[in-house]
Structure formats: structure tokens, C-alpha cells
Design a protein around this ligand. Structure first.
Ligand code: EPZ
Length: 430
């Protein structure tokens, strides 16, 4: 199993090309199930989750052709992938595949909309919380589907003639269930109104792509989305938006180590709340023609309190990294997690590097220390693992992060990008 070895203490200086967003690419790829034409996606990151979804889509009948060139382009290491699903050959998404990645459950939307039925394994628990699917069931039921749970699977059936537009008000914000409702309602008969929808940029990106495919979606990016169903969707060409979580993670790394880094191909507007928190912690962030410039001092980091919230609030996917930054602050800060109930597994690993963190319910109290010291640590989930990498970059001496397969799910060429900026980071394959 691979490990990452880091020798901390170097500033980061140079350019980090920001990749396409994993959490936009996954629903966009799933949208290819909605049409028999070819959907072409540009700027698709090369990640373990993307590769797994390619296999899952193949199982349903999607032909995939990947543009062989993977040269570095303006925005990162982009790939262009063509997806063609002439016919859906299987409407079952089996446990063996769905259990590996929760987002694969989202195929339920297009399978149901296009074929009138889907049998999809329940995704099961996940390290960061229970993550139920009740909102998907309620939302699709509002479109006329019959949803039955049987032997660990959801059997979803549309009424004769297909899904019917309806109104659904989410009791809480769900990114995944909003994606599924957009895809399902696009092919429903009549108009659907979704209230209290997720406003994440990845939802807007999906709506934009679906509209390019012929859907009639308005209001994406606000809490109320209206979808006028159409009879069929066509192919389209769409560029995946830049990864705001990689952007924020990189900015926090520079704030922590010190240095001067340009984050190329990204957009401040995607993450102004977390970048504002990084600024308040002491880093300078300016918008440049190619992206963002982050200048960090690596010391005199100011304590800043954050609370995770749905977009446009502080993202849960940057909580662990921000906590990493706060371990070196000049005082006490608090980080409160409101989205997932078990997303503090990095706390005990950060403590191994010398961080002083105490937990009280959903709030972590972080007492900044002047220095962290390298140690062996273990990655527990995707974002937790990268918080350990950035803490390792700022720590004295050597840190090894084990179980890096978590990292490979969501960060493209992380070691290479950091090494180019002067970090000492290497992958060790045993
Ligand atoms: C997406 O997950 C992201 N995943 C997550 O990123 C991200 O942390 C999360 O949104 C929140 O921003 C992808 O985009 C692939 P939710 P998702 O449904 O859609 C509860 C990463 O590290 N809920 O918005 O699964 C749920 O338990 C990943 O890249 C229900 O109660 O998240 C959670 O408490 C991790 N019932 C809250 O809603 C449901 O039916 C928000 O979850 C569905 C969700």
C-alpha cells in the first residue's frame, strides 16, 4: 500500500495548476446516461473516483473514449472524455460497485428517467457519517416514482409513460439529491419545482450542461430550481469547472508553509467564503488574470473561527484542511462541523504531529502551537488525508502518511504539483 513521505519546513513557491472538479465531473459523467448521443466532457481530472465511475457507467452500456493526450494545459492536467450510451443495457447498479463510492448511487436518476426503472444498491454507511438516502426517495416519489427497498436495493419504478413533474421541498440541503432531481426531472412530463435546493457551483455546472443537452432548467444556483421536462436530450460538449476544494486546500497549504503561489485556472468566486477565512488568518490572496495568487507568511497565523454550512457557507470539504492551518495559529480557534456527524477523524492524527485540539460535540477547539513535528500518521478519508499532508509540509522533520488511496480519490498529481513548488514530497510504494 502506498505511503507519502514529506520532509516539512520548505516554503511553497511557483504555480499549481488547478484540476477539474471531482464533484462536478462525477454527476456530469452520470448525465451521459440520459441521452443516446455523445456527451463530451473536457477538463476531467484523472482520479480513482473518476476511473471507478467509468467502470460503473460501462456496466450500464456507456461507451467511453478518452482523449489520449494528457498534456498540461492552462487549467491543469485536463482530459477530454466522450461518453455515448446508445442503449442502457443494465438498469441494475450492484452493491459491489455502489458500495465503493456513494456518488454512483446517483445513476438512479437517469436510469429511472430514461428506462422507467432502476435497481440500485443502497450505498451503505461511510466513514464520515451515516449518509442516508431518504431525500432521494422522497424527491423521486414526488415525480411519481414508486420506491421500494428490497434486500439492500432500491427498486424504483416510474409510472406508465414516464416520470411526472412535481414539486419537492427538501427538508435539508443535499447536493447529491439535488443532482438526481435535476437529471430525473429533465425527462419528466411537465414542470418540476425544487425548493431548498443545493446551491453549490457543481449543481450549477450540471444544470448548465443539461441545458446544453436540451434541458430547460432555470434557477440553478438559487434555492428554487424549475425544470420543464423535455421528451429527449441530445449530446453536448461541456467543460468541467475548476476544483474549488483543491483551490482552497492549496491556499491553506501556502498560508501554513509560507511562500508565493499562483493557483492557475481557478476562480475566486467559487469559494469566496473559505478564501476570506484564509485571508483573515493572514494570507494575502489576489485575483490574477490566470487565477489567484496566494502569499503566505507561515507564521503569525491569526486564529479564525469557522462553521461548515451548505454553499455559499464554509464547505465541509475544507474543514479538515482549515483545522490543519489553525493548529499553527497564534491563539485559540473553533471549527464547527454541521454537515456530517463524524468528520473529525483527522483530529487524533493531527495530534500526533503536536496539534492541541479538544472536541466538544460538533465543535473542535484548537489551541495553536508554534511548531508541529513530523510523525507517522494515517489517512482516514479524502479531505482528512490532505489536511495531514499540508500539516506535514509545515511540520519539522519527516511525516509519513499511510493509506494514501484516500488521497488518490480526489487530488490529481498532488505530489508532483507540490514538488514543483519546492516541497519535499515523495510516494513510497512498498
Ligand atoms: C456531496 O456529497 C459531496 N460529494 C461531498 O464531498 C460533500 O462533502 C457534500 O456534498 C456536502 O457538500 C460529491 O459531490 C461526490 P449531501 P453528498 O447529500 O451529495 C444528509 C468529498 O470529500 N442527507 O449534500 O453525498 C447527509 O447525511 C465528498 O469530495 C440525508 O440526510 O452530500 C449530510 O448530512 C465527501 N439524506 C447532508 O445531508 C439524504 O437522502 C448533506 O449531504 C441525503 C443526504
Amino acid at each position: 500500500m502506498d505511503r507519502i513521505r514529506i520532509v516539512g519546513g520548505n516554503e511553497l513557491n511557483g504555480v499549481i495548476p488547478i484540476s477539474g472538479a471531482k464533484n462536478a465531473a462525477l454527476p456530469l459523467m452520470i448525465a451521459s446516461l440520459l441521452t443516446s448521443d455523445t456527451l463530451t466532457l473536457e477538463n476531467v481530472p484523472h482520479l480513482a473516483d473518476v476511473e471507478l465511475l467509468l467502470r460503473i457507467l460501462g456496466n450500464h452500456g456507456v461507451d467511453v473514449s478518452v482523449n489520449g493526450r494528457r498534456e498540461r494545459q492552462g487549467e491543469g492536467y485536463s482530459r477530454t472524455i466522450h461518453f455515448t450510451c446508445r442503449t442502457i443495457v443494465d438498469t441494475t447498479a450492484p452493491y459491489e460497485l455502489v458500495s465503493k463510492m456513494r456518488a454512483s448511487f446517483w445513476v438512479i436518476g437517469p436510469l429511472l428517467a430514461r428506462e422507467g426503472r432502476a435497481r440500485v444498491s443502497l450505498p451503505g454507511g461511510c466513514a464520515i457519517g451515516t449518509r442516508p438516502v431518504d431525500l432521494f426517495i422522497e424527491g423521486l416519489t414526488a415525480l411519481g416514482a414508486t420506491m421500494e427497498i428490497d434486500s439492500g436495493y432500491i427498486n424504483a419504478t416510474a409510472p406508465k409513460g414516464g416520470l411526472i413533474g412535481g414539486t419537492y421541498t427538501f427538508p435539508k440541503v443535499s447536493v447529491g439529491a439535488t443532482h438526481v432531481m435535476l437529471m430525473a426531472a429533465s425527462l419528466a412530463r411537465g414542470t418540476t419545482v425544487i425548493n431548498y435546493a443545493a446551491r453549490e457551483p457543481e449543481v450549477v455546472d450540471l444544470a448548465y450542461c443539461l441545458n446544453a443537452m436540451g434541458a430547460k432548467i432555470s434557477g440553478a444556483g438559487t434555492s428554487t430550481i424549475t425544470i420543464e421536462g423535455v421528451h429527449s436530450l441530445s449530446g453536448a460538449r461541456h467543460r468541467v469547472l475548476p476544483d474549488r476544494i483543491e483551490t482552497g486546500t492549496s491556499a491553506m497549504a501556502v498560508a501554513m508553509t509560507g511562500g508565493d503561489v499562483t493557483l492557475e485556472g481557478t476562480d475566486f468566486a467559487l469559494l469566496d467564503t473559505p478564501l476570506d477565512a484564509v485571508r483573515r488568518a493572514g494570507a494575502e490572496i489576489t485575483v490574477t488574470p490566470s487565477g489567484l495568487r496566494v502569499v503566505g507568511h507561515g507564521h503569525a497565523i491569526r486564529p479564525v473561527d469557522v462553521v461548515t454550512e451548505p454553499y455559499p457557507g464554509f464547505p465541509t470539504d475544507l474543514q479538515a484542511q482549515f483545522m490543519g492551518l489553525m493548529t499553527r495559529a497564534n491563539g485559540v480557534s473553533h471549527v464547527t462541523e454541521t454537515i456530517f456527524e463524524n468528520r473529525f477523524m483527522h483530529v487524533q492524527e493531527l495530534a500526533r504531529l503536536g496539534a492541541r485540539i479538544t472536541l466538544s460535540g460538533q465543535t473542535a477547539r484548537i489551541e495553536g502551537v508554534t511548531r508541529l513535528r513530523g510523525a507517522p500518521v494515517m489517512a482516514t478519508d479524502l479531505r482528512a488525508s490532505v489536511s495531514l499532508v499540508i500539516a506535514g509540509l509545515a511540520a519539522e522533520g519527516e511525516t509519513t502518511v499511510s493509506r494514501v488511496y484516500h488521497l488518490d480519490r480526489g487530488f490529481e498529481r498532488l505530489e508532483e504539483k507540490l514538488t514543483r513548488c519546492g516541497a519535499v514530497v515523495e510516494r513510497i510504494t512498498d
